[in-house]
Design a protein around this ligand. Structure first.
Ligand SMILES: C[S@@+](CC[C@H](N)C(=O)[O-])C[C@H]1O[C@@H](n2cnc3c(N)ncnc32)[C@H](O)[C@@H]1O
Length: 367
């Protein structure tokens, strides 16, 4: 954790151009093991048998491993059951060298608040031999299974999921309750939607984002890259006047809308599209936000979006980031638009990995 904290400091100093950034002591994770709620296992033939596992670094060679100590134990148990059945059934793993075979990935999601488990089979085609048998035996083996879904990905390349999702059994989401600064919120999360992989630490992360946003009943907020609406709903529940969430994944926005209803919140709206394309229109229609919250993927903010949003002159930016390098780059750009870095809070979301999440507060310099 000391290394992660120091890395954030060094990167922001070097790439953000700030000699002595205000980096808060990292928030440690209460659980060092079993903290992940999601696994995406590639499937390959290893020594003549189908196996789930992980890719060796910088390769697509499978290291067989149905169990992993940072995954929730229910995920490891489910992966073990799936592979046992695959070894009995005529479902060939996809081979990316010759394009033959069917099953590419098995994605397993679990809830930390409910006993919900969701299995998603990623296959090259919708119908294949053995599918019905697998779907019949899994619920018998796994009492907490709430659904089996199929994602069809027939494309070559590295993208894990395709665009077509089908429910094979049960339902297509898990339920997860989070407690953020004493407020309880319920979420439905489907297979293609983003949700923080460490739900215990997500609570700490969102509490910091809430503190930095300084919401009152007059505050209008834009939550860009909102996923299933987690941060938007926290801000709405804290009493913001209006929150607008944007995400490019239609399933995530569908989940976000359901999540708003589930929590009885009507001061929040969700919009599907790329932030660089629709944030400007939203501001034209609804006015300037007081606070911009962003939580982009590792590649950081789209430069066009950053420029347009900076010109909207919000009082504060709350920047949630999983990549200190792009965070530092974007802080540097925001400084050019008269935003001052106030503080950075690293959060240890991913123990036993070099990854670190940060919540950053930037405020507009008015003079
Ligand atoms: C790190 S996740 C953040 C999700 C959410 N804030 C949370 O904590 O659960 C990033 C999200 O950005 C979305 N995304 C990626 N590129 C985007 C873009 N250009 N415009 C809108 N959303 C995008 C992804 O679908 C994903 O849900």
């Amino acid at each position: 954790m000391r290394w992660k904290e120091e890395r954030v400091r060094q990167v922001i100093r070097r790439l953000g151009g700030i000699e002595d950034p205000n980096i808060r002591p990292i928030i440690p994770a209460p659980s060092q093991w079993g903290y992940r709620n999601k696994a995406q296992f590639p499937v390959q033939m290893v020594e003549g048998r189908p196996r789930l596992g992980f890719y060796e670094q910088y390769s697509h060679r499978l290291v067989p491993a149905e169990s992993c100590l940072i995954q929730h134990p229910s995920i490891c148990a489910a992966a073990t059951r799936v592979v046992e059945h695959l070894q009995e059934l005529p479902i060939p793993p996809y081979d990316e060298t010759d394009g033959r075979g069917v099953l590419r990935h098995v994605i397993i999601r679990t809830s930390f608040s409910h006993s919900d488990l969701l299995i998603t089979l990623v296959a090259t085609q919708e119908d294949f031999e053995g599918r019905a048998d697998l779907v019949r035996v899994l619920p018998r083996d796994l009492p907490s299974l709430v659904g089996v879904t199929l994602n069809v990905n027939s494309q070559k390349g590295n993208r894990i999921m395709g665009d077509r999702n089908v429910i094979l059994w049960g339902r297509d989401f898990i339920r997860q309750t989070l407690d953020v600064s004493g407020m309880c919120l319920d979420f439905h999360i489907s297979a293609p939607s983003f949700f923080q992989v460490n739900p215990v630490q997500a609570q700490a992360l969102y509490s910091v984002a809430l503190e930095y946003a300084q919401v009152d009943s007059q505050t209008k907020l834009l939550d860009a890259y909102c996923g299933t609406g987690t941060i938007s709903l926290v801000l709405a529940k804290a009493g913001a006047a209006e929150v607008w969430g944007i995400d490019s994944v239609p399933d995530a926005i569908d989940n976000a809308k359901v999540n708003a209803r589930l929590n009885g919140l009507d001061n929040v709206s969700f919009h599907v599209g790329r932030v660089e394309e629709i944030a400007g229109q939203l501001i034209d229609a609804r006015g300037r936000p007081d606070v911009v919250v962003v939580d982009p993927p590792r590649s950081g903010l789209d430069p066009g979006f950053l420029r347009d949003m900076a010109k909207a002159r919000a009082q504060r930016w709350v920047y949630v980031s999983c990549n200190p390098v792009t965070l530092a780059r974007d802080i540097k750009m925001l400084r050019d638009y008269s935003y001052r870095l106030e503080r950075v809070q690293p959060v240890d979301m991913f123990p036993h990995t070099p990854h670190v999440e940060c919540v950053t507060l930037l405020s507009r310099v008015t003079s």
